[in-house]
Design a protein around this ligand. Structure first.
Ligand code: PLP
Length: 426
């Protein structure tokens, strides 16, 4: 981890050129890497020596970007995946197997809700969804002897619930399990979950980290702080020999990097889902300007939230930057520089005016995307969360008329003009 500030890390961390080497991160678009002796290659397979041999496991372009993201979060190691979905799946599956249990925030992104509530259930992993705003005594009831992790988003998509990270970390740790925080919306520029006790951070790098809608990707970062050996029976995959890897004990051989090494050498080996080197290159370009973009996203979103909040056709606005917002104080504590550019709001009259408003927008586009340089809009009940029942929508903090507006980095006056003219037609 370097001592530079985050703006500098976004530019300087990761790729370190040698004397005479390319200053820009090169794209190692190669599946394989050549060795002079078969013995050397054998040592790589045994994890006895470090080196590249097959891109599904490691690639220099991907590794440089993973190292940058680990540095931005203040972690010890990171693994990149081909999507945010894969990142959340691997983050949980790396420490949880059939017959075990996880606890997840009910306000989580719809894709993660499905992953845990439906798909992982078929693998024999049960999930209890909880309201993270509930008091600690209430939340403690969700833990079981076979619970292996707690998962929540630092800023929930799209409900914009701000997570009380210290509270959730305390709860998870007092039950001997790690807290996994999906930090996609806040990004490490605005929130550093490890500094508040989180153990693992995940990202959909598809969002602000990329920032230009160029690639789908994910990341898992390990703080290196969770003591797996203290709860060795629960996390036996990390603390007992891995027969599929010559009897290696990850915690013994890799110490603080045990969790990421296991995820790479076991899950990536068996399940795939690596990002392409080209996509990692694009992600790296996006990361260089992340702090500049986040500053502008937050500035623009604040102005938009204030505008909507005082508009006669708007019933309610969720944005933690507004002093009256339920999460204003938590946001000031965990995200003092601002939260993100995403706002959710509801028009008077619910679903129908919402659809008319969206169809009237000219600058903002209707896309299944969020957290991007371009202003965009989506109706969660008919798009990302359409698989949820009304009850599940309610638990996820989504009303049928809720509009999710992702404020971009265009000129604020143009954004406000577009919203004004669309509201006049809603
Ligand atoms: N986590 C959050 C908070 C998200 O918003 C998303 C997607 O919107 C994901 C994870 C899934 O990421 P991806 O679309 O890159 O698979």
């Amino acid at each position: 981890m370097s001592d530079y500030r985050i703006e500098t890390k976004c530019i300087q961390s990761g790729w370190q050129p040698e004397n005479g080497g390319p200053r820009m991160l090169p794209i190692y678009q190669s599946t394989t890497f050549k060795y002079d002796t078969s013995e050397h290659m054998g040592k790589l397979f045994d994890l006895e020596e470090e080196g590249y041999f097959y891109t599904r496991l490691q690639n220099p372009t991907n590794d440089a970007v993973a190292a940058k993201i680990a540095d931005l979060e203040g972690g010890v190691a990171a693994m990149l995946t081909s999507s945010g979905q894969a990142a959340n799946f691997y983050a949980v599956f790396n420490i949880c197997e059939a017959g075990e249990h996880v606890i997840c925030a009910s306000s989580i992104y719809g894709g993660t809700f499905n992953l845990l509530g439906v798909t992982m259930k078929k693998l024999g992993i049960e999930c209890t969804f909880v309201d993270v705003d509930a008091p600690e005594e209430e939340l403690a009831k969700a833990f079981r002897p076979n619970t292996r992790a707690v998962l929540a988003e630092s800023i929930a998509n799209p409900a914009l619930v701000i997570l009380d990270i210290e509270k959730m970390a305390r709860l998870a740790h007092s039950h001997g399990v790690p807290l996994i925080v999906d930090n996609t919306f806040a990004t490490p520029v605005n929130c550093r979950p490890f500094e508040w006790g989180a153990d693992i951070v995940t990202h959909s790098t598809t969002k602000y980290m990329d920032g230009h809608a160029m690639q789908v990707g994910g990341a898992i970062v390990d703080s290196g702080n969770f003591d797996w050996e203290a709860y060795g029976e629960k996390f036996h995959g990390l603390t007992t020999p891995d027969e599929s890897y010559h009897g290696i004990i990850y915690t013994k051989k890799f110490g603080k990097k045990a969790y990421i090494t296991k995820a790479t050498s076991q899950l990536m080996r068996d399940l795939g889902s690596i990002p392409s080197p080209m996509n990692c290159f694009l992600l790296n370009v996006g990361l260089e300007t992340l702090p500049l973009r986040m500053e502008r996203h937050c500035y623009n979103a604040q102005k938009v939230a204030e505008f909507l909040n005082s508009h006669e056709k708007v019933a309610s606005v969720n944005y933690a930057g507004l002093p009256g917002d339920k999460y204003h104080e938590l946001a000031k504590k965990y995200m003092p520089k601002g939260t993100c550019g995403v706002i959710s709001f509801e028009l008077k009259g619910g679903r129908e005016p919402a659809v008319r408003f969206m169809d009237s927008l000219r600058l903002a586009s209707i896309v299944t995307h969020v957290a991007d340089a371009k202003t965009c809009v989506l109706h969660p009940a008919s798009h990302t969360h359409r698989q949820l029942t009304d009850r599940q929508l309610e638990e996820a903090g989504i009303s049928p008329g809720m509009i999710r507006l992702s404020v971009g980095i265009e000129n604020i006056d143009d954004i406000l003009q577009d919203l004004e003219q669309a509201l006049s037609q809603a």
